[in-house]
Ligand binder design. Sequence first.
Ligand SMILES: [Zn+2]
Ligand SMILES: [Zn+2]
Length: 118
Amino acid sequence: MNIDSLKPFKKKEVIIKNLVKFEQNGCRCGSWLDHWLKFSYVKVQKCVVIGCSNIDLIGCGVTKIRKKDESIYIIPMCKKHSQSEDEMKILPSCPLISADIKITCGEEQPEKTKYVEI
Ligand SMILES: [Zn+2]
Ligand SMILES: [Zn+2]
């Protein structure tokens, strides 16, 4: 067993960098915000940047800072923060949902026929 898992859970701050030019890429959830809502199972009231209480949310593509993890994640942030390229501290309880559609919503599939031959 990993020693770390024996320690009491401690919330660490999460620092992200917003990828301002990150765009929808074949995701079929409607928007990245819908994509986040679908996989996070969390209700979000406001922007997840610490100290921000704006409610005009957009799903944004971000990467983690100080982690050897170059994956792109989706988080809900307000319009103002969605345009910021600064490093931002977000709520540690905010789930980071992968923007890799292959491990989340999947690629577009042709709709299966529901007819049964008789
Ligand atoms: Zn999606
Ligand atoms: Zn904000």
